[in-house]
Design a protein around this ligand. Structure first.
Ligand code: GDP
Length: 456
């Protein structure tokens, strides 16, 4: 629930840093500044101007730190309320002391995401944009970041608005008729209503279609390198890992060996799962490698089924072939620098195939392209217009809207009373409003904003 009191939090990460920022939002922000911040010279703070001064405890006159402060008066601020930001030195204890001072002089501690929630509740941004703020902060690849920024700028909201437009138009026709039933609704209107709803359905399908891609860009995909011993799995892994620039920034809290296997393929975060490390000349260890490979096959989004093209396809290859059948896989014919023995079984001839040499690097770019294009269709990831749904919440709401529109069309064509068919249109609008936040229940909002960090 929106309380109009004044909130405050540390907005920079906890720890030692050059600068620490305490943010205050609400009607008391200016008063807080007047109590604890003394700038050089006389007079109060002008809006949107940076001032140099001191943070002082008014109770005992103690100078806590030198600082810069800026007051942003409503509505020209992040929350559309009066916002005060204090920049002090970024010491763990020091920033806390500044915050405590702020809390003693008119503010209460902000809840996670409360600043952004206020920006949403005050109508500066919609819910999709608010959610994007978190994605922007968490984005780990260029593509995930671009996607989040487009959503924050409102590109996705505009696509949802266009879906709504067709429904609002149709509802307007129907409501006009219900209000003035004596003016017979004429055929062109019926057709117009139907086509507007159909167009909204097409737009919903396009959005739903993009859901997989949005999710893939945010969360990445897992790719298993599978193949019998000695086909070149480790060599391929190393080739894919070799380019330092391809390695994704490390994520705190995850273990090192997993991070080393996350590569960035044209902006797509790819976790390479591999059992190549478990491999030796001793037979039983090789067996173990095979067993692990077979075990992991069902867990991966994609399997790179590596075969040694310079040797005949044998029973061990066959074992893996059977295990990958029915799954998404790319057949990787390795060792193209050696004379090839082309004897692939019938079942593999139509497979998505890339020929490479892990040793020379030949074909590796084709393999990257093949991996990328399996998951990402069409639009370049950093293209200006690229937007996609990325959250289950969005997908579920759109699916509900779709069902209502389909049910509307069926009832409308069957000549059901307009009072009733109009309900489906209103429900569809309600479902779409949940995506952008107009009709989202409070408990869902609580859930969404509780995933934010404090100070955002
Ligand atoms: P793994 O058991 O599947 O992980 O295979 P490795 O990557 O260890 O490779 C097995 C052997 O094949 C090693 O001696 C590699 O040097 C060699 N090898 C790997 N890729 C190629 C390649 O593209 N061409 C050639 N000629 N040899 C390769």
């Amino acid at each position: 629930m929106y309380r109009k009191d004044t909130i405050a939090a540390i907005s920079t990460p906890v720890g030692e840093g050059g600068i620490g920022i305490v943010r205050v939002s609400g009607a008391e922000a200016e008063l807080v500044a007047a109590r604890i911040f003394s700038k050089k010279g006389s007079g109060g703070l002008e809006s949107h101007r940076f001032y140099y001064g001191e943070i002082r405890d008014p109770d005992n006159g103690e100078v806590v730190d030198e600082a810069m402060a800026v007051l942003m008066r409503a509505p020209r601020s992040y929350t559309r309320e009066d916002v005060l930001e204090i920049q002090c030195h970024g010491g763990y204890l020091l920033v806390r002391k500044v915050l405590e001072l702020v809390l003693r002089h008119g503010a209460r501690p902000a809840e996670p995401g409360e600043f952004t929630r206020r920006a949403f509740l005050n109508g500066r941004i919609d819910l999709l944009q608010a959610e994007a703020v978190m994605e922007v902060i968490r984005g780990k690849t260029e593509a995930a970041l671009a996607l989040a920024q487009h959503q924050r700028e409102g590109l996705l909201s505009r696509r949802i608005d266009r879906v709504k437009q067709g429904i609002v138009t149709s509802l307007a026709f129907i409501e006009a008729y219900l209000d003035f039933p004596e003016d017979d609704i004429v055929l062109p209107d019926c057709r117009e209503i139907e086509s507007a709803v159909r167009e909204s359905l097409v737009r919903i399908d396009e959005l739903l279609d993009g859901f997989g891609q949005g999710k893939v860009i945010r969360e990445g995909v897992s790719v298993l390198i599978a193949g019998k011993p000695n086909v070149g799995k480790s060599s391929l892994l190393n080739t894919l890992l070799r380019e330092k620039r391809a390695i994704v920034t490390s994520v705190p809290g995850t273990t090192r060996d997993i991070i080393e296997e996350v590569v960035n393929i044209k902006g797509l975060p790819v976790t390479l799962l591999d059992t190549a490390g478990i491999r030796d000349t001793e037979d039983e260890i090789e067996q173990e490698g095979m067993r692990l490979t077979l075990e992991k096959i069902p867990l991966a989004d994609l399997i790179l089924f590596v075969v040694d093209a310079s040797r005949p396809f044998d029973n061990e290859d066959m074992l893996i072939m059977h295990a990958v059948a029915g799954r998404t896989f790319i057949l990787v014919c390795n060792k193209s620098d050696l004379p090839s023995v082309a004897d692939l079984p019938e079942g593999l001839k139509a497979a998505n195939t890339v020929t490479i040499s892990a040793r020379s690097g030949a074909g590796i770019d084709d393999l990257r392209e093949a991996i990328f294009s399996l998951f990402i269709r069409g639009a370049a990831l950093d293209g200006r217009e690229f937007t996609a749904l990325s959250q289950v919440r969005h997908r579920d709401a759109l699916e509900r809207a779709k069902r209502h529109l389909q049910s509307f069309l069926r009832a409308f064509q069957a000549g059901t009373a307009l009072e009733f068919v109009a309900l489906d249109l209103r429900d569809a609008l309600g479902a779409l409003g949940e995506v952008t936040g107009e009709t989202t229940p409070d408990d869902i909002l609580d859930q969404i904003f509780s995933r934010f960090c404090i100070g955002k």
